[in-house]
Design a protein around this ligand. Structure first.
Ligand code: GLC
Length: 723
């Protein structure tokens, strides 16, 4: 964080605050979306602010509303401590970027940094100081609707994105008028919910907690994340909101985190429902003493704090620590010096530059899943007629989950294609709705396909089936879209499918009967132009899957970084019976982690190591090993490739994943161009955390296999010996 020393001022303020004023700083109340100043339940916020008994408000929309409420706190309360305003600016404020899972597919953290910078500029100008983002919950659960907000199944990729987004939001100076405080969420292991059911139980070993779920948060805290949000789930029987080991032991003591831990919505009060608090006073005690500093929406801290202090259940020291963290956040944001926002400078709509950035981002996020016979890119010169079919062909509902009220809708795919192919006769038929059962539109769709040179079929999952509490038990296309795809494919007209959605989908059936499929995710405000850029080849797809696409829901959880078993399935010996596989399902995923095709081809050379062996002690002292890989564009057009480096410890004290991503670089190469890509590996890349709850990281002697490739199905391996 900024080097400025705010501690003297914090101490001075604490010395003047009453107990009620201290407890008030730990309270965050919600503003009602649909009412401005003084409306709805916002009266509660205004009354508390006026008494100096409120620390923060979330969901205030607009510079005018923000200033009006701030003026009450600053000019009417006894101490005039400013409020801090939070909002879920997850992937855009006015300018909605692709959903985070899409951004992950770019394998390029710069994409998320641009989202963060544009979002921060738009949000701060409207009086928002703090976003509840980035979400960095690693997850292997495509049934879980919030996978859309995640960076997927890999902790290394998620860590890189977490750092980029924190820095993109916060910059070097949180007082700047175009920066906002970040929030690393949801602490911790929320993505491990059993059955993919939101809020469900998470029971996790210490080693999995530290090797899979915690790394992104550690990276975010080291990058200076100003705040952390507790998760709704239990962590091995103890709800995250009452988990002293995670919140205080690891986050605040091991990692020295001096920012604010905010509850998630009524997560404090929900300790009662979890069955770990008999009443609200107990919930407040457990949560505050475990390490939650600010309570969102529920009011147990304010309601019971005085009694908890009086009984000694809550210490003055812990109370002052929590208040100090809140004051520190406000001082870092410069709110005491500049509590108000310049209303005339508020950004009220996406700028052309912001739209262009969102369009470029969307193009970089798309993944070419298949492209038989080089069906793509569409040849604009030869394409006389095109049928654009499907429920999402002319839809603006492509922003994805967690978009803000008033954010402009997406430009439809049909619009994008019409702009990109002005000389092509383009017909449009919806064919079917996103979720309905009516097939009466199929005939018109088939007729349009039969009459055209090619078809673009835009199908998938609506944003309403994605996001918080949007858990699906099946991952196929909703409604009758699969039947529509089959009917259109059966015409024999070359059909390109643009797949939209917020999660991996099972597409094995119909997708075998179409030559090309592009995963466009929920691509945001410039969806249409970005899809057209990719389909016409103006942008060559270079994205890779940040999550495994299973063949069937029955395979879940299915992920690339799995441990070996004592009886692994070996495709070379399918007759062997006693192995770990399904009798009724082909082995392996539909598409693996890191998969993504291009309109050209690439060749990788054999990896070279800067050294073949290395002492564990030297590694722990900071020594590194360099891995160099040559990559060449063997095709005829400029394009991107993502060179990936995975490590594997084949014999360790704890069973290790068969692959762990430890390096990725997206490079752009002209036809025929060759370049060397370098990765540097240190102790943190080669070792792992053990089951020691006190936190023990080890680099063990023995072989480490280094795998390189353009997906998790790597093709080359070198061995490093650690002595
Ligand atoms: C929600 C989400 C959390 C969000 C918060 C405030 O329940 O779990 O991610 O930031 O409430 O809207």
């Amino acid at each position: 964080m900024s080097g400025h020393d705010h501690e003297p001022r914090i101490a001075e303020l604490l010395g003047r605050m009453t107990v009620d004023e201290k407890l008030g700083q730990l309270q965050q109340l919600a503003w009602a979306w649909d009412t401005g100043p003084g409306g709805g339940d916002t009266a509660a916020a205004e009354a508390a602010a006026r008494k100096g008994l409120l620390g923060s408000v979330l969901n205030v929309v607009g510079a005018e509303a923000s200033n009006a409420l701030q003026r009450i706190a600053v000019e009417e309360s006894r101490l005039g401590i400013p409020l801090v305003f939070g909002l879920d600016v997850i992937h855009g404020y006015h300018t909605t970027f692709p959903i985070p899972l899409a951004q992950a597919a770019a394998f390029d953290p710069a994409v998320t940094a641009v989202d963060a910078e544009v979002s921060a500029r738009e949000a701060r100008s409207n009086g928002i100081h703090w976003t509840f983002s980035p979400m960095m919950d690693v997850t292997r659960e495509p049934r879980w609707g919030r996978i859309a907000e995640s960076i997927g199944e890999d902790p290394y990729l998620t860590s890189a994105y977490a750092v980029a987004k924190v820095r993109g939001y916060q910059g070097e100076d949180l007082t700047a008028p175009d920066r906002i405080a970040a929030c690393a969420k949801h602490f911790v292991a929320y993505g491990g919910a059993e059955g993919g059911r939101d809020y469900n139980t998470v029971d996790v070993s210490e080693q999995r907690l530290r090797n899979l779920y915690l790394p992104p948060f550690k990276a975010a805290v080291e990058a200076g994340a100003a705040t952390v949000m507790a998760a709704f789930n239990t962590v091995s029987g103890v709800p995250a909101h009452a988990n002293t080991h995670a919140l205080t032991g690891i986050l605040k003591q091991e990692w020295d985190f001096d920012g604010v831990v905010v509850s998630d919505w009524t997560g404090v009060q929900e300790l009662i429902a979890h069955g770990v608090a008999a009443d609200e006073a107990e919930a407040a005690r457990r949560s505050l003493t475990a390490g939650v500093d600010m309570e969102m929406v529920s009011t147990t801290f304010v309601d019971h704090g005085r009694d908890l202090l009086a009984s000694g259940a809550l210490t003055e020291e812990r109370l002052d620590d929590a208040v100090a963290r809140v004051l520190r956040l406000k001082l870092r944001l410069g709110l005491f010096e500049r509590p108000y926002v310049e209303e005339s400078a508020a950004l009220t709509a996406p700028s052309a530059e912001a739209r262009a950035a969102a369009r470029e981002a969307a193009g970089r996020c798309m993944v070419l899943l298949k492209n038989d016979g080089d069906t793509l890119p569409l040849d604009a010169a030869a394409l006389r007629s095109l049928a654009v079919i499907g429920p999402f062909a002319d839809s603006g509902d492509l922003l994805g989950t967690w978009t803000l009220p008033g954010a402009p809708e997406a430009v439809p795919v049909l619009t994008g294609l019409r702009e990109a192919l002005p000389d092509t006769v383009i017909s449009h038929v919806e064919g079917a709705s996103a979720e309905g059962t009516d097939t009466s539109g199929f005939a018109a769709a088939v007729a349009a396909a039969e009459a055209a040179d090619a078809v673009v079929l835009v199908v998938g999952e609506p944003p309403a089936l994605s996001g918080e509490a949007a858990v699906r038990g099946e991952l196929g296309l909703p409604g009758v879209q699969e039947q529509l795809a089959e009917a259109v494919a059966a015409t024999g007209t070359p059909c390109v499918v643009v797949l939209v959605g917020g999660r991996p989908l099972t597409i094995g059936g119909w997708a075998q009967r179409v030559p090309a499929v592009v995963m466009a995710w929920h691509p945001g405000i410039e969806a249409g132009p970005a899809v057209a850029d990719v389909l016409t080849g103006a942008v060559v797809p270079g994205g890779k899957l940040p999550v495994t696409f299973p063949r069937s829901v029955g395979q879940i959880p299915l992920y690339y970084n799995h441990e070996r078993t004592g009886r692994p399935y070996d495709p070379a010996a399918p007759e062997v019976k006693y192995v770990s596989r399904y009798l009724d399902l082909a082995d392996g995923p539909e598409f693996c982690f890191g998969h993504g095709l291009s309109y050209t081809t690439f060749a990788l050379g054999e990896p070279r190591l800067s050294r073949e062996q290395l002492a564990a002690g030297d590694l722990e002292a900071g020594a590194t090993v360099e891995v160099t890989v040559a990559v060449r564009n063997t095709g005829d057009r400029t394009a991107d490739e993502v060179v990936q480096l995975y490590v594997q410890d084949p014999a360790a004290s704890i069973a290790q994943p068969v692959r762990r991503l430890r390096g990725f670089t997206r490079v752009r190469l002209a036809a025929g161009e060759e370049r060397e890509v370098r990765f540097t590996l240190g102790a943190e890349d080669l070792g792992f955390w053990t089951n020691d709850t006190a936190g023990t990281f080890v680099v063990e002697p023995g072989e480490i296999h280094l795998h390189t490739g353009t997906s998790s199905r790597t093709r080359s391996r070198r061995t490093l010996l650690i002595t």
